[in-house]
Design a binder for this molecule. Structure first.
Ligand code: SAM
Length: 382
């Protein structure tokens, strides 16, 4: 795919990062996609999340549901309003808060319902995004800033409330594999005449076993991936949660669809200036990397962390059951321009071929009796 050229400064940063990765490969041999990903995304000063690149909105690389407008955050607030009796004492913990758009809308909506949480904590790996979040929240809800804090690590002390992660699990590093007649090869990143390139070497036994369990034995040539960090990440974030909810929204599939025989190129994708493409080794540090989420693995990770899995549904259903109908009923009272903008936002959020079915919600938690439910629960698909 033809991609817009980066600025000279950005290209220079990416070349420095390519140099570091190439030196590592020259010294130690090919690295896993997970190791490449760690550097491409988090290398201090150079990685996509640790560098200065503008990531969100029209000047960035992608747009997320909370960035489209206020509908998504308002519906999440409606759901929390119905599901958590003691919000006034609760903490909302948001890992990977992007531009801060969801935090701002959510807090404003909860305030309008007179249901503000005691604390809003943001766990953010990117210094550039932390700064953006402070600016967004300072502009949109300055009076609420005293409730908001930023964390470097998951909370160590016991806490109760909600863990809320939108489009974060897809950003956790993945490893990539290809099926051969005799077993699995790991697709690693090596060096060729043209620079970074894919090389395949036999997968280690632990990965091969994980893939057999998830994907079965697909036809030779089948490419796929999985995220070994997912379970330890869920465990670390929820270890201190004594009572409350865990909500993940992301793009992905239940396992039997994720590892469907027809999905034989996997789900790994790079986002660069609003273009989704598969040249993930191009411009390390300048493009976002992600994979779709295996929601069965996410449910297993919750279970392994001692949480109960309480619900699974599509984004469209979640929004329709939690406030979208009220928003729609009030839309005709808005000025025409706002009506048009909101129609567009709702279409993108709910149409199946846009975000409606591709994005899904998984809910888990502990200590709430009765446990909250999604109206059209689809846990049977997991
Ligand atoms: C696609 S953005 C989503 C942002 C936001 N939640 C939204 O919906 O607009 C991914 C976010 O995940 C964060 N992130 C990436 N890797 C992470 C990790 N290992 N742990 C926690 N957050 C991470 C990024 O810094 C970024 O804020």
């Amino acid at each position: 795919m033809e991609l817009p050229a980066p600025t000279d400064d950005a290209a220079n940063l990416s070349r420095q990062l390519q140099q570091l990765i190439s030196e590592e490969i020259s010294n130690r041999g090919p690295v896993s996609l997970e190791q490449f990903w760690q550097r491409a995304m988090y290398e201090p000063g150079l990685g996509y999340y640790s560098g200065p690149q503008h990531k969100f909105g029209s000047a960035g690389d992608f747009v997320t549901a909370p960035e489209l407008g206020s509908v998504f955050g308002h519906c999440v607030a409606s759901f929390l309003n119905q599901s958590l009796p003691d919000l006034a004492e609760a903490t909302i913990l948001e890992p990977g808060a992007g531009s801060g758009a969801m935090a701002a809308t959510l807090l404003q909506s909860l305030e309008s319902m007179d249901r503000l949480p005691a604390r809003y904590q943001i766990l953010e790996v990117s210094a550039e995004l932390r700064q953006r979040q402070r600016e967004t929240l300072g502009q949109r809800c300055p009076e609420l800033l005293e409730r908001i804090s930023w964390l470097d690590q998951p909370p160590e002390d016991p806490w109760s409330g909600v863990l809320l992660a939108n489009e974060v699990v897809d950003a956790l590093p993945a490893r990539r594999f290809v099926r051969r007649d005799e077993g699995w090869d790991e697709t690693r990143v090596g060096l060729g005449a043209e620079g970074l390139q894919w090389v395949a070497t036999p997968a280690d036994q632990q990965d091969a076993a994980a893939l057999d369990r998830r994907a079965g034995i697909p036809d030779p040539g089948y490419h796929t991936e999985y995220q070994p960090m997912m379970a330890p990440w869920v465990q670390a974030l929820t270890a201190g949660l004594t009572r409350g909810l865990v909500l993940f929204c992301d793009y992905g599939y239940p396992r039997h669809e994720y590892y469907h025989p027809q999905r034989d190129r996997g789900t790994l994708v790079a986002h660069y200036r609003h273009r989704a493409h598969d040249d993930v080794l191009r411009w390390p540090g300048l493009q976002d990397l992600s994979v779709s989420v295996d929601f069965t693995a996410l449910a297993e990770a919750c279970d392994g962390a001692g949480l109960e899995v309480w619900g699974y549904t599509t984004q469209a259903q979640f929004l329709l059951q939690n406030g979208l109908a009220e928003i729609l009923s009030g839309i005709l009272d808005l000025p025409l321009e706002q009506q048009m903008a909101m129609h567009h936002e709702i279409k993108v959020l709910t149409l199946p071929a846009e975000m409606g079915d591709r994005f899904q919600w998984l809910m888990a938690g502990r200590g709430l009796d009765p446990a909250p439910l999604f109206a059209l629960d689809q846990r049977g698909r997991l």
